[in-house]
Design a binder for this molecule. Structure first.
Ligand code: NAD
Length: 367
């Protein structure tokens, strides 16, 4: 593999390889784009089979964060970091503190948070070494679990989608198929039921299904969720579930949910469009978690967080407008909205305002 060619093609600003043998640290920090602000994105710990796999993942995920922050209207860039290791066996204080020092060495160009395999206790160690982390525990003034906010943000995306598709955003008038009722999915189900919507749910785990039934939801077998006759499909579990295999089964009018990377391929997004199924791009809909941690920069406040989540309605509506304006699929319109914002804000340069310069060792005077 040609490393520099890869980074050049993916347009990354900086990739940092972090190594400390004693601490068992093998990590990579990828900073994709800092035009809008410091690169923010979570730390993932995963037993990657190869170093190449870890690099591919961090490059892909950090690029995604640039787009997510840009569409969310945040003054943040895109970054991500990965640790190669098994989160069940390889965690230690030394690992996270040595990684924290690498983050600190970047002087705020990259800010980390929790992602797959990392919990708030791991972040405590990172936090001992650097201020440049968010999603820290509430006892430190952090924002805590983002899931309820992500669910609330998803509801705003659903409203915008209903308005676009039916000209009526009254959630209680529609039916929903929610795939996965974990942290975000279950919170979403509660919000939907509060509005009086008909809700079908499925999950591979029984943990929340009984509670969903108690809320009045109908539980369907995991494999049958794609066949449910509901207005909205809300993926809240896995990625790549909107695929060549599942789309022909859809009777849904809208796909709008919290799961990351819902489209198996970009062509699947185009296929939804051809079939008249409105797709609300996932990274615009599920930006609530990112918005929530971003508030830690100014001092965390739940009311502000909730207010910020409501902007998801406008962001998703704007994507639909761009899709209509340019005659393109909504997934493409989301990317275009991000690129347009980065380009416009990136050009907001003031002319040089002047300041006095000091040239140590020089003196003005006669020759
Ligand atoms: P979670 O692990 O708490 O919940 C996922 C649920 O999906 C679990 O209950 C799991 O049993 C279930 N599930 C797994 N495979 C399934 C299958 N094949 N069919 C049905 N159910 C299945 O995760 P979460 O935090 O609720 O996140 C859900 C999705 O939202 C993920 O894609 C995540 O990346 C995304 N997301 C979450 C947040 C957040 O704030 N937590 C923010 C942005 C995006």
């Amino acid at each position: 593999m040609n490393l520099f060619e890869t980074i050049h093609t993916s347009e990354h600003e900086q990739v940092v390889f972090c190594h400390n043998k004693e601490a068992g640290l093998k990590g990579i920090i990828a900073i994709h784009n800092t035009t809008l602000g410091p690169a923010l994105g979570g730390l993932r710990m995963w037993p990657y089979a190869t170093e190449q796999e870890a690099l591919d993942d961090v490059l892909r995920l950090s690029r995604g964060m640039t787009f997510k922050a840009a569409v969310a209207g945040l003054n943040l860039g895109g970054g991500k970091s990965v640790l190669i290791g098994d989160p069940r066996k390889d965690k230690s204080e030394a690992l996270f503190r040595s990684f924290g020092r690498f983050i600190d060495s970047l002087n705020g160009r990259y800010i980390t948070a929790e992602d797959v395999g990392i919990d708030v206790n791991d972040m405590e160690y990172v936090f001992q070494e650097t201020d440049n982390c968010v999603g820290v525990h509430q006892v430190h003034g952090g924002s805590g679990d983002p899931s309820p906010f992500t669910a609330y943000g998803t509801l705003q995306g659903i409203r915008a989608s209903l308005q676009q598709k039916f000209g009526n955003e009254d959630v209680g008038d529609y039916s929903f198929a929610v795939q996965g009722v974990g942290h975000v999915g279950f919170e979403l189900v509660k919000l939907l039921r509060n509005e009086g919507a008909k809700v079908f749910v499925c999950d591979i785990s029984d943990d929340s299904l009984k509670a969903c039934e108690d809320l009045g939801c109908e539980v369907v077998p995991v494999d049958e969720i794609y066949d449910v006759d509901a207005d909205v499909f809300s993926p809240s579990a896995l990625g790549a579930i909107v695929s060549e295999q599942t789309i022909p089964r859809f009777k849904f009018k809208i796909v709008c949910g919290s799961a990351n990377n819902q489209l198996a391929t970009d062509e699947c997004g185009d296929e939804l469009e051809r079939r008249g199924i409105l797709y609300a791009p996932d990274y615009a809909v599920n930006a609530g978690g990112l918005m929530n941690v971003s508030i830690e920069f100014e001092g965390y406040n739940r009311e502000r967080a909730k207010r910020m989540m409501r902007t998801i309605y406008y962001n998703v509506s704007k994507i639909f407008q761009i899709a209509d304006r340019d005659g393109i699929s909504t997934w493409k319109a989301a990317d275009r909205m991000a690129e347009e914002r980065i380009s416009t804000i990136g050009k907001l340069k003031l002319p040089f305002m002047g300041r006095s310069h000091r040239f140590p060792g020089r003196e003005r005077g006669n020759h």
